[in-house]
Design a protein around this ligand. Structure first.
Ligand SMILES: [Zn+2]
Length: 115
């Protein structure tokens, strides 16, 4: 193995170009190596947390686009129980309409909660 090889590389942490002695070198310095490693661990943890959160609460993205929501969909949307949603209707916090046996809530009613 010759150590005279120099490969033009870009540091994965500070994005400066540097000359590496090995193809596998990813950082320009010891410091960037440490920081890059820490960052990678942090990113991995974050991604894992997001992934876990998503699998815990399977959310139908269609709900976001709908103009009228069922009680169940409102529960999913705001992460509240049925009971809470019914209480919000009783308190007049959100207006609901009855269509046959179904209670529907306009999406705007939910958005207005945050005004
Ligand atoms: Zn660097």
């Amino acid at each position: 193995m010759s150590s005279n090889i120099r490969i033009e590389k870009t540091c994965e942490y500070c994005h400066n170009s540097f000359r590496a002695q090995k193809v596998t070198t990813r950082y320009c310095s010891e410091l960037c190596n440490k920081r890059g490693y820490k960052k990678r661990i942090r990113d991995e943890k974050l991604n894992k947390a997001i992934e876990e959160e998503n699998t815990k609460r399977p959310f139908n993205p269609v709900v976001k686009e709908k103009e009228f929501l069922s009680i169940k969909e409102v529960c999913m949307l705001i992460g509240a129980s049925r009971w809470t949603v019914y209480r919000m209707i009783d308190n007049g916090l959100v207006k609901a309409a009855k269509i046959g046996r179904k209670t529907i809530i306009e999406r705007n009613e939910i958005n207005n909660l945050f005004l």
